[in-house]
Structure formats: structure tokens, C-alpha cells
Design a protein around this ligand. Structure first.
Ligand code: BJW
Ligand code: ZN
Length: 244
């Protein structure tokens, strides 16, 4: 059945949350899908400060492989639909992504919060040197070091147990405040609803008056928090739901 588009008009505000499923049709593996493990390691082991302390070379191998793969793939029609609706809504649109693959930006999205960081940015694990662009695929077994202080570099990624950037949360909060008094819509796509605080954003938006939609291939953990759940592929459904 073809889903009805969201009833967006020239007063509507739209907050979107995306997860790994939105990049699946581009060929990027998801985290909790059948292909979601990396060499039989649970993601917590290679995406946590404890995992990095225990074996930084293994963590860099995980991220270097993902850099190589993400450079080889292209945005899909789901990414394109979100970029197109941004053009239509302007400042009444905000895209919050848990994905670090950079595909939303490559598709043209710019009102974008990368909640869990960016795969192509590194930072020093010790000194105050600001995060910097880094597309290097480091050879297996190596750990890059900081030009300034010599300590280990790490990917600019929010790992399990780490705090999200306060500026990201403030941008979302400010958006919801500006939307007050206007019709507000919340749309999540391609996310298992298993990782917080992202999985709780639907509740925050609903408290702000939003009507909520979820587009996902399988039932998400937080599916019962949404007003409307549409099951299927985001690359096919987002263009229909967003009418672009
Ligand atoms: C399709 C599709 C197609 C497939 N079309 N769909 C409250 C309760 C319990 C625990 C916590 C809590 N608050 C915080 C926590 C702790 C923790 C947490 O949430 N743990 C849970 C596992 C329970 N959260 C944190 O640690 C966060 N920090 C934090 O809260 O700081 C404060 C604090 C600190 C300490 C204690 C308490 C509070 C940080 C979370 C950082 C997550 N980082 C990762 C890895 C880094 C990024 C990277 O390397 O890429 O981010 S984990 C991993 O999961 C990654 C993802 O962004 C994230 C979400 O995954 P996502 O996107 O949902 O992917 P999948 O694979 O899970 O799902 C894909 C979905 O798509 C599936 O459902 C498919 O069906 C679907 N799909 N193809 C549509 N074509
Ligand atoms: Zn340093």
C-alpha cells in the first residue's frame, strides 16, 4: 500500500532523525542487522572508550575499513528526498542523523546535526587541538599520533558511554522552541530505537506537540512511541512520505 504523504504545508516544521537503515540501500552495513557485527565483535567493543584503551589498533582498523567503504558508496533516494524537503521548508527543517558516514551532506543536506560525530574527522585523545578533517585509511595495526603533542589520535565519534556534544542537543532544543505554536512533525527513519538519547527524541518532540512517523524495515524497539509506523525501505518510502 502506498503511504499518504505527511500533511506538510507552508507553516509546518519538520524534525527528522535518521539511523543506519537510511544508508543500507547505499551499501553501508547497519549496526544491529545480520551483517551488523564487525569480525564477530559486538559494536560496543570497537565503539567505546574502554575498547579504544584496550586495543586502539583494532579500533582504528574498524574505522579505517569503514572510511574506505563509505568513500566508495553513493547517497540513495532516501538521502535525496531529505535534501529536497530541506529546500522546500528552509529554516523550518532540521535533520538529526546518528550516521557518521557523511552521506546526508553529500546528498545536499546542510541543516544537519551529526549526533554521533563524523567518520572523516579525527581528534587528539589528549590535547586541546580542535577536531580536523581526516580521510586517511590507516594501515592495519597502526595507531596515528597527534602532530601537536604526540598522543594517540581517535575518530571524532561519540562512543558508548560518552556524552553527546552539548551544541547538538542545544540546536535540537532551539529548533523545537522556534516550532512552538506551529504544526510540528517528527519523522524517524532506519533506526532500531535502541540507542539513547536518540531513541528518546520522539518523546521530546511529542511533548513539544509533534505528530510522529516512523519508517523502518523491521519493528523498532520504540515503535509504540510513534503515531504512525510505516514498514519498508527508506529509499522507497521517504520520497513518497515527503512528496518530493
Ligand atoms: C532499514 C533499512 C532500510 C535496515 N530502510 N530501515 C537510557 C537507557 C539505557 C541506556 C542508556 C540510556 N541513555 C544512555 C544510555 C547508554 C547508551 C545506550 O543507549 N545504550 C543502549 C545500547 C541501551 N548511550 C550512550 O552511551 C550515549 N551517550 C550518552 O547517553 O551519554 C550520557 C550517558 C553516559 C553514560 C551513561 C548514561 C548516560 C552515546 C551513544 C553513542 C552511540 N554510538 C554508536 C557508535 C558510534 C558511531 C559509529 O561508529 O558509527 O552509534 S552505537 C551505534 O548505534 C551507532 C549508531 O549511530 C547507533 C544507533 O544505531 P541505528 O542507527 O539505530 O542502527 P541499527 O543497526 O541499530 O538499526 C538500523 C535499523 O534500520 C534496523 O531497525 C533495521 O530494521 C532498519 N533498516 N535497512 C529502512 N533500507
Ligand atoms: Zn594532541
Amino acid at each position: 500500500m502506498v503511504p499518504a504523504p505527511l500533511p506538510l504545508d507552508d507553516q509546518s516544521w519538520l524534525l527528522v532523525l535518521t539511523g543506519a537503515g537510511v544508508s543500507a540501500e547505499s551499501g553501508v552495513p547497519t549496526f544491529r542487522g545480520i551483517d551488523g557485527l564487525w569480525r564477530n565483535f559486538p559494536v560496543e567493543q570497537v565503539a567505546s572508550p574502554e575498547g579504544f584503551d584496550a586495543d586502539p589498533a583494532q579500533v582504528w582498523e574498524f574505522y579505517s575499513e569503514r572510511r574506505a567503504r563509505a568513500q566508495d558508496v553513493l547517497p540513495n533516494p532516501g538521502h535525496a528526498a531529505l535534501a529536497a524537503v530541506e529546500v522546500r521548508l528552509g529554516e523550518r527543517f532540521l535533520l538529526v542523523t546518528q550516521n557518521v558516514d557523511g552521506l546526508h551532506r553529500r546528498a545536499g543536506s546542510s541543516r544537519l546535526v551529526e549526533l554521533h560525530g563524523n567518520l572523516f574527522t579525527s581528534r587528539c585523545s589528549k590535547c586541546a587541538r580542535p577536531p580536523f578533517p581526516d580521510t586517511t585509511v590507516y594501515p592495519a595495526g597502526s595507531v596515528p599520533s597527534c602532530d601537536v603533542c604526540g598522543a594517540r589520535l581517535r575518530p571524532h565519534i561519540v562512543w558508548f558511554g560518552e556524552m553527546l556534544d552539548e551544541r547538538s542537543l542545544a540546536t535540537i532544543q532551539a529548533f523545537l522552541e522556534r516550532a512552538q505554536g506551529s504544526p510540528l512533525f517528527f519523522l524517524a527513519a532506519g533506526t532500531s530505537g535502541a540507542v539513547y538519547p536518540a531513541a528518546g527524541l520522539v518523546d521530546v518532540a511529542r511533548r513539544g506537540g509533534a505528530k510522529s512517523w516512523l519508517v523502518n524495515a523491521e519493528p523498532a524497539d520504540n515503535a509504540h512511541h510513534f503515531d504512525t509506523v510505516v514498514r519498508g525501505k527508506s529509499g522507497e518510502l521517504l520520497p513518497l512520505l515527503l512528496g518530493v
